[in-house]
Design a protein around this ligand. Sequence first.
Ligand code: NAD
Ligand code: UD1
Length: 338
Amino acid sequence: MNSILVTGGTGYIGSHTVVAFQQAGFDVIVLDDLSNSSEQVLDRIERITGTRPRFYLGSIANQALLNSVFASHPIDTVIHFAGFKAVGESVQHPLRYYQNNVAGSMVLFDAMQKAGSKKLVFSSSATVYGDPGVIAYTEDLPLRPVNPYGQSKRMVEDIARDLQASDSDWSVALLRYFNPVGAHPSGLIGEDPRGIPNNLMPYIAKVAVGELSELNVFGDDYTTPDGTGVRDYIHVQDLARGHLDACRYLNEHKGCTAFNLGTGRGYSVMEAVDAFRKASGQPIPVRISPRRAGDLPEYYAVPDFTRKELGWKAELNLDDMVRDHWNWQKNNPKGYDS
Ligand code: NAD
Ligand code: UD1
């Protein structure tokens, strides 16, 4: 049986996707350097699926390692999650981001090309759109990312597009995720950020579990219904399923195509807090703070093209997201070190 190679497969979204592929009957190989994840994820995946994925410890930038992985296994498709993702850190250390996300991806693509393994699903982000001047994002908007992290994603999209244009055997799906949240319903895998979380849902979860005292709400004077920022949160389980649909699509379509993965509706910061309060029974104190630099008031995905082409549609709502995020957090108050 041909295998699926998942780079970054012990990370947050990668681990949920590995479970989805194993449960769909695929043989999954994980490559991760554990720079932002724990090896314990492999035990947890085994507990959920009954199968431990084969694991290579190392970087996508390690050419010799990649060549040996491709030489040892017939790899049908590569699902490429590996990379750094903290916007603020990318502004402080742009070279780290271009080195790991862009140069690393080039080493990976080169190894794929040499091995003749030319089906790729790439983790891109809604951040590639930058500030397009509309709130409903379609895939054909111009891409003008506003920070090095976003630039690195755009650059990898461009590289993949050029590669496919040079060799029509390549088929590439660029998946632009909106705001992934939630966890596997078992509570065995979930998001385990190191240090103080940058993103809303993991921050709320740490307030709910008592590790942080209150949530700073970054601005309540936006032109949104309740004045707080609006985003398209998407359950990580829906997202994982999107990768299966993308993988099937690549079997039938050559080319390089971008797809939004979002629900198509936005929720405000206060709606997310209220939903989390309800799910957890915890008070979740908030403090209204100044706006965060670089934040937009409101945006969400137009998922129509993805629905039409991939047959994919998000099925889980905000209550499902906070329920599963809370279930993971309360069962693992210190993440994988609990
Ligand atoms: P994550 O940090 O949990 O997972 C990334 C994984 O890649 C980690 O396990 C890390 O150890 C590994 N990694 C990093 N550099 C590597 C390298 N050079 N070689 C091998 N492994 C490496 O992040 P995530 O939230 O699961 O995100 C996965 C992908 O999705 C990333 O590319 C990210 O940019 C993208 N994305 C994430 C979000 C989000 O909000 N989580 C949104 C849009 C896009
Ligand atoms: C962030 C990244 C984006 C990435 C996305 C993935 C930035 C500027 N952008 O987007 O590149 O693709 O995550 O999930 O970091 N908020 C608070 N208090 C907090 C944290 C957040 O009020 O402590 C608010 C924000 O102002 C925003 C909303 O919650 O309105 C969501 O924030 P966050 O989870 O950080 O995601 P994004 O900013 O949308």
